[in-house]
Design a protein around this ligand. Structure first.
Ligand code: PEP
Length: 251
């Protein structure tokens, strides 16, 4: 089965409604006539209700940056995956390193969120990645293994083809320092090997793995040229219409 190719833009806590709308408008044309590519923007939660109108009639998709793992109840300030589904989100980021580090999200919580999203038929993009200290200590492969396996433990194997992983080395996020294509490819292969060990060849070859961490127009083509890199999760450059369009135009 062919893997999905995805270019995702994580806007984080940026943009006001008119700024977001004009960014979407400038992306609509560049996403046309690319049937093998999915382009997804991730606005702040409060802009999600507008996003459906902004992208309507185009092939641009949108998702949420985070959600809770219960569908409703007394969870003040949280967002239900059921509500995200009702608002038209096709995707949700899970376990971004900012969620893990600033908000203390654990592997177990991320597994629960992933399971809830699968239940709501929203594609989870699960972010994994190591810190600079972990890379320098040589523990990065183990770190990523524990992050990936906690998702496997939480989700029935029959749904694994609906998972998307994003390898995002923390030392490359927002720093301007990109993992080299070879460094990224090594980790993507590692994740694919972990899937193969648990679930066999077909699932291993079918699950998309994106790279994120200072992706930009000047390095996008080389990263995307690697066998196991199926797309990009873009932060800073996704806020600039020209840069994000140039990344999309690599296809
Ligand atoms: C991110 O936050 O997911 C990200 C990849 O950010 P940046 O592209 O700015 O490094």
């Amino acid at each position: 089965m062919a893997r999905r190719t995805i270019i995702a833009g994580n806007w984080k806590m940026n943009l006001l409604p008119d700024q977001a709308e004009s960014l979407v408008m400038s992306l609509v044309a560049v996403t046309e006539n690319k049937p093998d590519l999915e382009v997804v923007v991730f606005p702040p939660t409060a802009l999600i209700p507008y996003a459906g109108e902004w992208v309507s009639g185009s092939s641009l998709q949108f998702g949420a940056q985070n959600c809770w793992h219960e569908l409703s109840g007394a969870f003040t300030g949280e967002t239900s995956p059921e509500l995200l589904r009702a608002l038209g989100c096709g995707y949700c980021l899970v376990g971004h390193s900012e969620r893990r580090e600033i908000f203390g999200e654990s592997n177990d919580l991320i597994g629960l969120k992933t399971r809830a999203l699968i239940q709501m038929k929203i594609t989870p993009i699960i972010c994994v990645g190591e810190s600079l200290d972990e890379r320098e200590a040589g523990t990065h492969l183990e770190k990523i293994k524990s992050q990936v396996e906690s998702v496997f433990d939480a989700v029935e194997m029959s749904s694994w083809l609906r998972l998307v992983f994003a390898y995002e080395p923390i030392w490359a996020i927002g720093t301007g320092k990109t993992a080299t294509p070879d460094q990224a490819e090594e980790i993507h292969r590692h994740i694919r090997d972990l899937i193969r060990e648990r679930a066999g060849e077909a699932l291993s070859e079918g699950i998309s793995i994106l790279y994120g961490g200072s992706a930009k127009p000047s390095n996008a083509a080389e990263l995307l040229g690697k066998e196991n890199i199926d797309g990009l999760l873009v932060g800073g450059a996704s806020l600039k219409a020209e840069d994000f369009s140039n990344i999309i135009s690599v296809f």
